[in-house]
Write a protein that binds this ligand. Structure first.
Ligand code: SF4
Length: 890
């Protein structure tokens, strides 16, 4: 990390990635860059960061940024426009369509990356002034089932516990959560509890992810059967006399029905094992651990939420905690780990189609209350369309105008190819974005609005434990970029609502949001920021991380919920839920015999808009891949490092094959991150079925029936250029971040002549081109004034070209310079990098462990430095140690 330059004050802000919500200290360098460090005083991370957070300084450049409003012209091109023209176009277009077709013909699609203030203004405009409720968000793909599960059980979307519970628990159950990669800083906190206090960790997941490396017990559950496991647990707890009868009787209803249903689904350990595909002894071990441990936290995330039965799964988990009274007390409770940085803030605002505002729904008194608070002329009267329904309505032509803010639905939604096609039919398609080009923007946008990015915008986010932190600006707004709340307010003013959208600052918006949460809130609603409603601008600027319920009175109010009941239902009692028996919506078949699971990798975030700019982060897993069990790989004729087509009824992708016994037989795993911008054919959203949960509307992204077949591409190689290029038609490619320009990993059936032609057309230009053909290995390098401007190397797939070999063979008298550049940029590395902080290759760690130089994590740190900074790679280092010990027992 660069030494801080002291001429600008350091700024305390919050990481823009996952729901852990780490505090950061940013030291701007005055040249558009900044040094980033964890904030030791922030209660979410106490100074720690993961690989993504620590690489934020490498992602601040303006390359590819959208800096001015753009409007679609009659000839189909996009041209720069002035802000007033762009605002007029949006306002007039929305008014025209609403006047003609009603408010349900327009929709906003928001994002968990928006700040609370942005969310608040967009939600208010749609639900109070345009008269519809078609406001949904990419959080629908992330944690909507947790929201629905909380509301069914608690009467409110309340996360009962705090991160501190993970320090105090004696048993941590992680189900459907690869926390080691998706919530790394929080996971390291759990690991510390295990190491220092002896807490036990149970990991429940169809895949043996790196999270399982820290597990005392790993349960490789069959996809979609979590409900049965927790029903079996409830039955077991009842039979062992572990029910907290006093709590159940005083604070809950529906226990008998829930237990009866659990007995139908999983009457005993043997039945539980049968349904879940688990070993009965392992099931018994888990049940015994849960029974015997009072302080237990059950963490769940996308593996539970992203399911057509996600809400039932969440409630089956909550049932076990309610039944034992293990909720809201130190070290106890169900804990939803939120995926996105401000998914929780969006929930607080009510920026989901089935919420109205500030944890209020669509009952008549709630609609009336919000109408009076906003002085709203045209209130929404019913729920809007949730994400998948919203895009289906666009496909059918029922929604005619869509405004997308800070997200990329053409990549992330199920049937993403169909979504992309539907966007092209819109009468009015508005996108507020940071970047000039992405799959959504390229689907026929009419109005493109430049939004402020992380580091430029100012506002609040809320993390998984209900802690509100400030994201603060430390860079000037580039070009004509504006905060999202400002853009929406300008449109609202232009539509005639100036009195209600006269905000001058993010602080103005936040104060109103806080006031609404407290409006006529006599304790009937959990969410109440009334203490912040009168805060001054200075107080907002210096706001310390604040967890709600906000501390009021003496002694301050408890920061956990429900230890003594007090649920937010009409009778203040929690509801046990009797879940449906687990059943995946679609069965596998001879044509599609596998289950396709999708998810995140350690060093990338969503569609890589920001993380994809860091060469350091790209080095971990640079190419899109499918993970497949060795047994399945053998049967399908797949080889590790080869290519495969993965297909479903909805689409197909071609990705590299990773053969791994971490994968469950019969299942495939493909990461979500690659888009049409970063790879030729790796948009996994295209393959995902649109089945949704009946309560949450969250799509099933973990179990689409799929097929896999080998793809033979006889030549492999790479090209590196100063600018983005189009590779010859039919080439498989993946773009990889490098320090300057772009690197493309490629595989092809095209012979050397096609690449010779490409080199002349694309690489040469004003450059001097050096070429070499050696058998069917083709190499070319372009130099301008002795500087390497671009290079290309293609050779047989069974002996793919190496960068260092290319450097030695290239002509032009610049070997030394070229070799130095290659070495500096790590582009010679063909093996993935395991430690992003110090650029340590996986192979180097493997060799050190195999030859005995490093026998444990401390040795690896001492000899190679890997794992000694952010710690994100520690679980993978442990996995290598275990595997090498098995392979080479001493
Ligand atoms: S764990 Fe990593 S990605 Fe998540 S908030 Fe912290 S630094 Fe950011």
């Amino acid at each position: 990390m660069n030494a801080p330059v002291q001429h600008q004050p350091a700024v305390r802000t919050t990481c823009p990635y996952c729901g852990v919500g780490c505090g950061l200290i940013v030291q701007p360098d005055g040249r558009g860059g900044a040094a980033i460090a964890g904030d030791p005083t922030h209660p979410a991370n106490f100074g720690r960061t993961c690989s993504k957070g620590s690489a934020l300084g490498e992602t601040l450049g303006l390359e590819g940024r959208l800096l001015h409003p753009m409007l679609r012209q009659l000839d189909g091109t996009l041209a720069r426009a002035a802000w007033p023209t762009a605002i007029d176009t949006v306002a007039e277009g929305l008014s025209r369509i609403i006047d003609r077709d009603g408010p349900d013909a327009v929709a906003f699609y928001l994002s968990g990356q928006l700040l609370t203030e942005d969310y608040y203004v967009a939600n208010k405009l749609m639900k109070g002034f345009l008269g519809g409720a078609n406001v949904d968000t990419n959080s629908r793909l992330c944690m909507a089932s947790s929201v629905a599960g909380h509301r069914r059980a608690f009467g409110s979307d309340t996360v009962p516990g705090s991160y501190a519970d993970l320090d105090e628990a004696d048993l941590i159950v992680l189900t459907g959560s690869n926390a080691a990669w998706c919530h790394p800083v929080l996971f390291q906190r759990m690991v510390r509890n295990r190491t220092e206090r002896g807490a036990r960790v149970v990991v429940i997941d169809p895949r043996r992810t790196v999270t399982a490396e820290e597990a005392d017990l790993f349960l490789p559950i069959a996809p979609g059967t979590d409900t049965a496991l927790f029903c079996g647990l409830l039955v077991h707890l009842a039979e062992r006399g572990a029910i907290d009868t006093a709590y159940v009787e005083a604070h809950t209803t529906g226990f008998a029905e829930a237990l009866a249903r659990a007995r139908e689904i999983a009457p005993d350990k043997a039945a539980t094992a049968r349904v879940t595909g688990l070993d009965e002894a392992a099931v018994a071990h888990f049940f015994d651990l849960f029974y015997a441990t009072a302080r237990v936290v059950t963490c769940f995330s996308q593996g539970v939420n992203q399911s057509a039965q996600g809400t039932d799964k969440v409630d089956a988990i909550i049932n076990c905690h309610l039944a034992t009274g293990r909720i809201g007390r130190p070290g106890m409770g169900p804990f939803s780990l939120t995926g996105q940085p401000n998914a929780m803030g969006g929930r607080e605002v009510g920026g989901l189609a089935n919420q109205l505002a500030a944890h209020m729904g669509f009952t008549s008194p709630e609609i009336d209350r919000v109408r009076r608070f906003w002085n709203a002329p045209r209130m929404a009267t019913h729920e809007g369309r949730k994400a998948v329904e919203m895009f289906e309505a666009i496909e059918r032509g029922e929604i005619k105008a869509l405004w997308v803010m800070a997200t990329n639905p053409a990549v992330s939604l199920p049937r993403a190819g169909a979504v992309r096609a539907a966007l092209e039919q819109l009468e009015l398609f508005i996108v507020s974005e940071n970047v000039r080009s992405n799959d959504t923007v390229n689907a026929g946008v009419h109005v493109l609005l430049p939004a402020a990015a992380w580091g430029e915008k100012d506002g609040a986010v809320t993390n998984s434990e209900r802690r509100i932190s400030r994201q603060r600006a430390f860079l000037p707004l580039p070009g004509e970029a504006k905060p999202d709340w400002w853009i929406v307010s300008q449109v609202a003013r232009r539509m005639g609502f100036a009195g209600a959208f006269g905000y001058r600052s993010a602080a103005d918006v936040f104060r109103e949001h806080a006031a609404l949460s407290a409006f006529e809130n006599d304790g009937a609603r959990d969410f109440d920021l009334g203490l912040l409603a009168e805060m001054t601008d200075d107080a907002y600027d210096t706001l310390e991380p604040a967890q709600w319920p906000l501390p009021a009175g003496e002694p301050p109010r408890e920061t956990r919920f429900f230890a003594d009941g007090g649920f937010f239902t009409p009778d203040r009692k929690a509801r046990f839920v009797a879940p449906e028996p687990p059943a995946l919506r679609e069965t596998t078949s001879a044509a599609f015999p596998f289950r396709l699971n999708t998810g995140r990798i350690r060093d990338q975030w969503h569609a890589m808009t920001r993380t994809g700019l860091s060469a350091r982060l790209a080095a971990h897993l640079p190419e899109p891949f499918v993970e497949v069990h060795p047994q399945d790989a053998g049967a399908a004729g797949l080889t590790d490092g080869g290519f495969a087509q993965v297909s479903t009824r909805h689409g197909a992708c071609v990705v590299k094959v990773v053969v791994s016994d971490s994968q469950r037989p019969g299942s495939l795993f493909v990461p979500i991150h690659w888009s049409g911008e970063t790879a030729s054919c790796a948009r996994v959203g295209d393959l995902v079925a649109p089945h949704t949960d009946p309560y949450s509307g969250q799509p099933e992204a973990k179990a689409t029936p799929a097929a896999i077949t080998p793809v033979i591409l006889p030549l492999r190689g790479f090209t590196r250029t100063r600018r983005e290029v189009a590779l010859p038609e039919g080439t498989w490619w993946a773009r990889v971040a490098v320090a300057e320009g772009a690197e493309y990993r490629l595989a092809t059936a095209h012979g050397p002549m096609v690449w010779h032609d490409f080199a002349y057309r694309v690489l040469a230009g004003d450059a001097k081109l050096a070429e070499q053909l050696d058998g069917n290995v083709y190499r070319a390098a372009a130099f301008i004034d002795g500087e390497l401007d671009g290079c290309l190397c293609v050779g047989p797939a069974d002996a793919p070209p190496q960068w260092d070999a290319a450097a030695l063979c290239l002509d032009g008298g610049d070997h030394g310079r070229l070799t130095a550049r290659i070495s500096n940029d790590h582009i010679g590395a063909t093996a993935p990098v395991i430690c992003a902080c110090f650029g340590v290759a996986t192979e180097a760690v493997r060799k050190a462990v195999a030859c005995g130089t490093a026998r444990n994590i401390a040795d690896i740190g001492r000899t190679l430095l890997a794992g000694t900074n952010c710690g994100s790679c520690l679980p993978e280092l442990k996995r290598i140690i275990v595997h090498e010990r098995i392979a080479h027992p001493s």
